[in-house]
Each structure stands twice: as structure tokens, then as C-alpha cells.
Design a binder for this molecule. Structure first.
Ligand code: CTP
Ligand code: CA
Length: 224
């Protein structure tokens, strides 16, 4: 599948990566979001491109720019937009990495003009579930397409990671445990364990996200 001995073993391969948070609009000036920096996903996209893949990076709002060429950057804001942007590139993606921290919910209604404190007073915010991008794409996965996702858990990490991998039809899942210092959102380092569909765990030490991205891409290339 991959020319392991070449300097660019992914030449001719296509990859799709999601990264960053999503912003779910409340009104023209406010949103619900999360603390994802997008860094892990950008590092994975850059590593895939370095190895020769043509990469589509579908990114939620971040301050990052891809640091290497060969990456088609598609900027989106919401989960719904992210799913729509993924559909076409997924069709011929050999490798798909779902690293975005997608908001699970969005406001049921978006105000067309700025909400006003004086007229609005106290109110309840109604939320509606966003599409699960990984599961939606996973449901149409073809033979030979490799898909890997992430799980960020506070407890029962392995159990939850395995459950999500199955539910979303992923080939592997990268678990970063929030209980590990230096892992997860925001920082420049990460400590991960990757599970395959058989439940086999591969644990890596704390590293820069750039180094973790190398491990993840090597792992994907080694998937049977
Ligand atoms: N994911 C996605 N679309 C969503 C939610 C999650 O594509 N709407 C992807 C993430 O990019 C990640 C994986 O699914 O690769 C797991 O995300 P996570 O938020 O941990 O899982 P959820 O299924 O949303 O479960 P939870 O209730 O724990 O948030
Ligand atoms: Ca979630």
C-alpha cells in the first residue's frame, strides 16, 4: 500500500484531516466554542504532506497556518459546515484523520441581530445535536480507506475510546487522557495511547505534538 522505503511513501495518496474547534453561532457576534487550538491536527496534516500525500485540511477557527506546502486548507466555522466540507474530499481519501474538537450541540436558533440584554432578560438556551462527522463519514467508508479518530477523556479512557472507535467505524483511535500533565488541549506537547480495532494498545511517551504527529502517521501507515 505504501512505498515504505521511499522518502515520500505517501506520494499519490490523498488525505483528509479535520482540526480545530467549531464555533456554533448564537447571534452575529457570539458563539459556543471550545479551547481546541487545532495544533495536533495541523501537525498531522503537515506530516502527511511532508511524506508526499495531497492533504485537504478542514479547519475550524484557529490562528494557525499550515507550515508546509501541499495542503489544501478549507476554513469552516460550525460543525455542519465542517461535515459539508469533508464530504467531497472523503470520497477519494486514502487516509482520514478526525482530530477536530467538534461541538456536540449548537443553539436551536440563531438570532439574526445581536441579542439585547435589556429586552431579553433571563432566558433558557435550547441546543440541538450536531451531526457526528466521524460517524457520518465512517458509515460510507470503502474497503481500503483508513480512518483514525481522537478521544479526550477524563475517566474510563480506554473503554470510551474503544466504544467510540466501534460506533464511528474507525480503524484506530488516539486517546489522550486529560489526567496526564502536558497532554490534550492548548499545549505544545501530548501523550497518547493508540488503540486498534482489536483493542491492542500502543503507548507513547510525552512528546511535542510534532513528534506525536509522526508517531500517528507511522501508525496509520503500519495499519493492516
Ligand atoms: N467527532 C466528530 N463529530 C462530532 C463529534 C466528534 O467527527 N460531532 C469526532 C472527533 O473529531 C473525534 C471523535 O469523533 O475524532 C471523538 O470525539 P469525542 O468528542 O471524544 O466523542 P463523542 O462521540 O462526541 O462523545 P462525547 O460524548 O464523549 O463527547
Ligand atoms: Ca464530543
Amino acid at each position: 500500500f505504501f512505498a515504505q522505503d521511499s522518502e515520500k511513501p505517501l506520494l499519490g495518496k490523498k488525505a483528509l484531516v479535520t482540526a480545530g474547534p467549531t464555533y456554533e453561532k448564537l447571534d452575529p457576534v457570539r458563539f459556543i466554542g471550545n479551547y481546541s487550538s487545532g495544533r495536533m491536527g495541523y501537525c498531522v496534516a503537515e506530516r502527511l504532506a511532508e511524506l508526499g500525500a495531497s492533504v485537504t485540511l478542514v479547519s475550524g477557527p484557529t490562528s494557525l497556518e499550515p507550515a508546509v506546502g501541499g495542503i489544501d486548507l478549507v476554513r469552516v466555522e460550525s460543525a455542519v459546515e465542517m461535515l459539508e466540507a469533508c464530504r467531497a474530499p472523503f470520497l477519494d481519501a486514502d487516509i482520514t484523520v478526525l482530530s477536530a474538537a467538534v461541538a456536540d450541540y449548537r443553539p436551536m436558533e440563531q438570532a439574526e441581530t445581536k441579542m439585547k440584554r435589556e429586552t431579553k432578560g433571563d432566558f433558557d438556551l435550547r441546543l440541538t445535536a450536531n451531526p457526528d462527522i466521524a460517524a457520518t463519514l465512517g458509515a460510507t467508508k470503502r474497503f481500503g480507506q483508513r480512518m483514525i479518530g481522537f478521544a479526550l477523556e477524563t475517566d474510563r479512557g480506554e473503554e470510551e475510546a474503544m466504544r467510540k472507535m466501534k460506533a464511528k467505524q474507525l480503524d484506530a483511535i488516539v486517546l489522550n487522557s486529560l489526567s496526564d500533565k502536558g497532554a490534550g488541549f492548548g499545549g505544545t506537547t501530548n501523550k497518547v495511547t493508540i488503540f486498534d480495532s482489536q483493542g491492542r494498545a500502543t503507548s507513547y511517551p510525552l512528546k511535542s505534538k510534532k513528534e506525536v504527529a509522526k508517531d500517528i502517521v507511522d501508525y496509520i501507515m503500519g495499519l493492516g
